[in-house]
Design a protein around this ligand. Structure first.
Ligand code: P5A
Length: 449
């Protein structure tokens, strides 16, 4: 993409309404625009990041054997009357009446609707296990929407639902989700720690929240510092292997890590003092096992191998896709702007032309742009007629992990400059080598020779 043809409404000033760094940078980098309290348009730059996060979530869900689908945002109230949650959910539910005076709502979550789909089409234990998920907009009329996309009213969530014959199978689905979530967050450059939490309006006794440690996080958390040494890494896991998934759950949940809702000071104090941590975190996901809470009242049953009709065991599992955009920025930025991890960056690399209009510099930038594009990469070429300082400031603010700087002086010596946004380190090298380096970073070609 050439910047002169793009839509990147960068703000020079710090927006007064933004209290935390991610909100400030998302507004300044032209990623979002507020349309009403807690409701945002995703401008092209923000939309790109949202889609990259969504793509990683899809890939990891599919890898775990979960099946994508799509349910609507609007739901009939009657489904929620069946589960008993229509009255319980309270003011956070946005209730709507259609022209026929039917009660509708903008879905805050989809346990009822998926249970309705299941009961309409599944009859036998032979069709289990089954996990369906979608990534769809949700609405919760939060009393205090704040921090930009972190606590929105309209927000984008991946929500998955497992259906199993037995509690044991449903707990395997829970463990499988935990493993897939660890992989998902690590691919986004995040450490998200599973912590024992409270189940709130979703229900059930087994639940973990995934928290990214950040001073601006809304949740207070208590944990054993040893937990931060754990990495999932690129281990291969067989998602059908119950013991292997359980082992990962045990590894990642055996140390003390709880949100304030479940914190137990007496148990916490048994950890050696030097390892006790009290901090804040951003909740980027939550998994639940709630047994037959929805299947029983809504009649979601299957016939088991003895011919008996039994309610299925269920759980639900959420990832805050739009919140993650903010969470990643909270975890990865400096005083100049965002620093995108390679896994989610909106463009793979920036190209800065120091002397727009100079025949050689223009030609070199065009050639680099074409080569990167031919490799399947998305560069952002700053081809504006602007001072170098302004171009660098924009690149630093929008946070692309790599920048290739091209100027007449370097070209005379046959080199361009390759700069890492994270370390600030620059290296002069011939354009082909800079391209090969970027390609290798993104796994697009054989490593540089
Ligand atoms: C699990 C999936 C559920 O709703 N039902 C379906 C279960 N869980 S949850 O914890 O309430 O939400 C899942 C994740 O969504 C994000 N989230 C939000 N993001 C932005 N703004 C909000 N107002 C908001 N509320 C929830 C969180 O990341 C949460 O973990």
């Amino acid at each position: 993409m050439r910047l002169t043809r793009y839509f990147l409404p960068v703000l020079k000033e710090n927006p007064a309404e933004a209290q935390i760094v991610s909100h400030r940078y998302m507004l300044r980098a032209g990623m979002i625009k507020q349309q009403a309290a807690g409701i945002y348009s995703w401008l092209p730059m923000g939309f790109r990041v949202l889609k990259r996060i969504e793509q990683i979530v899809h890939e990891e869900q599919i890898r775990a054997g979960h099946i994508p689908m799509l349910m609507p945002t609007l739901q009939p109230a009657d489904l929620w009357r069946e589960s008993g949650r229509y009255d319980d959910y309270g003011e956070e539910m946005l209730r709507i009446t259609d022209r026929h005076k039917r009660d509708m709502l903008y879905g805050p979550t989809n346990e009822e609707m998926i249970t309705d789909i299941f009961r309409a089409h599944v009859n036998s234990y032979k069709d289990l296990p089954l996990t369906l998920y979608h990534i769809q907009w949700k609405f919760r009329d939060e009393i205090r929407p704040r921090f930009g996309v972190m606590r929105g009213r309209e927000f984008y969530m991946k929500d998955g639902y497992n259906f199993d014959l037995t509690k044991e199978d449903a707990l395997h689905a829970y463990n499988r989700h935990l493993v897939s979530y660890l992989r998902t967050y690590e691919r986004m450059g995040l450490q998200a720690i599973p912590m024992r939490a409270d189940s709130g309006p979703i229900g059930g006794d087994d639940t973990h929240e995934f928290l990214v440690l950040a001073a601006t996080g809304e949740s207070e958390v208590f944990y054993d510092s040893e937990i931060t040494d754990l990495k999932f890494g690129n281990r291969e896991i067989d998602y059908d292997d119950h013991a292997a998934c359980r082992a990962v759950l045990e590894e990642f949940t055996s140390r003390y890590a709880r949100t304030d809702e479940t914190h137990d000071e007496a148990v916490f104090n048994q950890i050696p003092e030097a390892r006790r941590r009290v901090a804040r975190g951003i909740e980027v996901g939550q998994i639940f096992y709630f047994g037959t809470k929805y299947s029983e009242p809504m009649g979601a049953t299957v016939v088991n191998d003895k011919g008996e009709r039994v309610p299925v065991h269920m759980g639900s599992h959420g990832i805050g896709v739009s919140r993650l955009v903010g969470a990643i920025i909270e975890a990865s930025h400096d005083e100049k702007g965002i620093i995108w991890p390679e896994g989610v960056t909106p463009f793979h690399c920036g190209i800065v032309n120091l002397k727009q209009g100079d025949t050689e510099a223009d030609a070199a930038c065009d050639a680099i742009y074409r080569s990167l594009t031919a490799l399947g990469l998305d560069p952002l070429y700053d081809d504006r007629d602007e001072r170098a300082g302004a171009k660098f400031a924009t690149m630093d603010l929008i946070g692309l992990p790599w920048r290739i700087t091209v100027g007449p002086r370097g070209l005379k010596n046959g080199v361009v400059e390759l700069t890492s946004r994270r370390t600030g380190e620059s290296e002069e090298l011939p354009p082909e080598q800079a391209i090969a380096r970027i390609a290798a970073i993104y796994g697009k070609a054989a490593a540089e020779s």
